[in-house]
Design a protein around this ligand. Structure first.
Ligand code: PLP
Length: 394
């Protein structure tokens, strides 16, 4: 009944778990939500004020398909200020979130017969973005105790004449891993040598705790095939406003604009004016938020590792903890065998109302993802409940 295209994609596991947690909450259950990948802060007041101003001024109409010039100029200023990247407005397209930007770019560049490299564990949407175009996602292993940097032997073995692209996501969802300069340089060298499109998904670029973030396009002068994706969602607590953007060669930006013009017409006008304020207004709120996330990271990583048989590497970025739970697989809880990370994640929800996302959906069946974009009180409560339930698994 439906097109084959639809069979090539899965529903988002993260959104599914978030919906389940919301359902339970409506029933009055005290759910501890560690599934949702969004900051718990409200959007800062200056950004909300800018949106209200835009509405009062009647800036509520269609905008140019690829975004308003003011926002493109603000993005260029931001890229220079924060990332040392030099782009002009011709190099920028604004989309309805980073997700939309990545989807568009895949639609424009990939098709049947192509292969695109992604690193496992991967963000749930990457394989689907690729599959829906008819191209094939190719999974490359990473090294868990080295911030999930690539296994370079595996990477080299998976490149062939059909390989057209590679998607890098550092800091990563779901692992929080941040690659070292050496790992980025080595990956870039391989990608450039094989003439691949290089996607750098930098939506967590501000959430880096132990080092300065370096945008991937700053590592080389050969930027023609590098696309940088960023977003207002996580940095400014603007997940619902849906503003993300791509910086890259003007030819590909033009192609993406052509597609976007025929699919969404334009990103939301009010959110675009708000995003101008977000990107070039006062930034103090961002460093305050980063400090809060850093403290939460200390709390959750220490707490998880203090629980018997849980092992959790310390991620250098984003707001995810990705503990290894393999010890509990094939053991029993109340006579029921836990066969997979999914089973364990569902057990945590059912028995202790802890919402997580199982690693299966990220290509990592030995892990569970905890999003620590929540208060220290809730993190402490979760750790207590988790310890209690895991101690009953035999
Ligand atoms: N990329 C990664 C790795 C993400 O985790 C997300 C959101 O969870 C996005 C991109 C897209 O975010 P948005 O569409 O809200 O900009």
């Amino acid at each position: 009944m439906f097109s084959k295209r639809l069979d090539r994609i899965q529903p988002s596991a993260t959104l599914a778990m978030t919906a389940k947690a919301a359902e339970l909450r409506v029933q009055g259950v005290d759910v501890l939500n560690f599934s949702v990948g969004e900051p718990d802060f409200n959007t800062p007041p200056n950004i909300i004020h800018a949106a209200k101003n835009a509405m009062d001024q009647g800036l509520t109409k269609y905008t140019p398909g690829s975004g308003i010039t003011e926002l493109k100029a603000a993005i260029c200023r931001k890229l220079k200020r924060d990332n040392n990247l030099n782009y002009t407005t011709d190099n920028i397209i604004v989309s309805s979130g980073g997700k939309h930007a990545l989807y568009n770019a895949c639609q424009v560049l990939f098709e049947r017969g192509h292969e695109v490299i992604i690193f496992s564990p991967y963000w749930v949407s990457f394989p689907d973005f690729i599959s829906v175009t008819g191209a094939k996602p190719i999974f490359v292993n990473t090294v868990s105790d080295k911030q999930y940097e690539p296994d370079f032997n595996d990477l080299l073995s998976k490149i062939n004449p059909n390989t057209k692209g590679i998607i890098i996501n550092s800091p990563s969802n779901p692992t929080g891993g941040v690659w070292s300069d050496a790992a980025i340089k080595q990956t870039l060298e391989i990608a450039l040598k094989n003439d691949l499109w290089i996607f750098s998904d930098e939506c967590y670029e501000q959430l880096v705790y132990d080092m300065d973030f370096k945008s991937i396009a700053t590592f080389t002068s050969k930027k023609d095939k590098i696309l940088t994706f960023q977003s207002c969602s996580k940095t400014y607590s603007m997940t619902g406003w849906r503003i993300g953007y791509t910086a890259g060669d003007s030819t590909i930006i033009k192609a993406m604009s052509k597609l976007q013009g025929q699919s969404t017409s334009c990103p939301n006008s009010i959110a675009q004016y708000a995003a101008v304020e977000a990107l070039i207004g006062k930034q103090k709120i961002v460093s305050e938020m980063v400090e809060i996330f850093k403290n939460r990271r200390e709390l959750i990583i220490k707490g998880l590792n203090a629980i018997d048989n849980i092992v959790c590497n310390k991620p250098k970025g984003a707001f995810y903890a990705f503990p290894n739970i393999s010890y509990f697989l094939n053991k029993t809880y109340n006579g029921t065998i836990i066969k997979s990370a999914h089973d364990l994640s569902m057990l945590l929800l059912k028995e202790k109302f802890i919402a997580t996302v199982s690693g299966d959906s990220f290509g990592s069946p030995s892990n569970i993802r905890f999003s620590y974009a929540t208060s220290e009180d809730i993190i402490n409560k979760m750790l207590e409940r988790l310890k209690a339930v895991l101690s009953l698994i035999k």
